[in-house]
Design a protein around this ligand. Structure first.
Ligand code: GTB
Length: 210
């Protein structure tokens, strides 16, 4: 396969690049990784070139993007994974915003209150996961919206992988999400990628907490 035109510049973690890597792998794309050491990052040279002073940075040929969700949407549009019409695209955007809301809560737990907040977070998790489960139950397929995989499915999958590490039983009360994870994990290219060291051995978060 010819190398893809994609480059991801990010720290040596899954973090905000887990979903885009899983998506690229599942879509049969190749990409280059530029790994940034946090010590080098603090010198500021690269930071000063980033639109919002943060990573990930994503290059698609001459196009340079920041903001992980914009990158996912761009890949969705490029690879037919953002719905079959405007209505589906809007619902996919909506669900992806829901994933982002949960990712922000997860990030707050991991980076700010892991020791004091973990038990309460896990206790409250069914309230959040049940919303995705109920929405999925109304769709007549294994995906969030329509009958084709979308960028929001990859984002949800990545975030749920993280949650299964945080709390291995967290999907026991949400059967649709459990089936979703099983079917996503059985996709050959996706499974091959998450079995690689490049994914499996990469820390989930930057502070070693998971
Ligand atoms: N809304 C943005 C998006 O979705 O792309 C948020 C991007 C973001 O939070 N980037 C963080 C960053 O660039 C990295 S993700 N932080 C550096 C800075 O702001 O100067 C979280 C993270 C934190 C630390 C590490 N680490 O130490 O390796 C890895 C990832």
């Amino acid at each position: 396969m010819a190398p893809g035109p994609y480059t991801i510049t990010y720290f040596a973690v899954r973090g905000r690049c887990g979903a885009m890597r899983i998506m690229l792998a599942d879509q049969g794309q190749e990409w280059k990784e530029i790994v940034v050491n946090f010590e080098d990052w603090t010198k500021g040279d690269l930071k000063n070139t980033c639109v919002f002073g943060q990573l990930p940075k994503f290059e698609d040929g001459d196009l340079t993007l920041f903001q992980s969700n914009a990158i996912l949407r761009h890949l969705g549009r490029s690879h037919g994974a953002c719905g079959k019409d405007n209505g589906e695209a809007a619902l996919i955007d909506m669900m992806n915003d829901g994933v982002e809301d949960l990712r922000l809560k997860y990030g707050k737990l991991i980076y700010q209150e892991y020791e004091t907040g973990k038990d309460a977070y896990i206790k409250d998790l069914p309230n959040h996961l049940s919303k995705f489960d109920a929405f999925m139950a109304k769709n007549n397929s294994v995906f969030l919206v329509g009958d084709k995989i979308s960028y929001a499915d990859y984002n949800l999958f990545d975030l749920l992988l993280n949650h299964l590490v945080l709390c291995p039983t967290c999907l026991d009360t949400v059967p649709k999400l459990k089936a979703f994870m099983e079917q996503m994990s059985a996709r050959p290219k996706l499974k091959a990628f998450i079995d690689t060291d490049a994914h499996a051995k990469l820390p989930i978060n930057g502070n070693g907490k998971q």
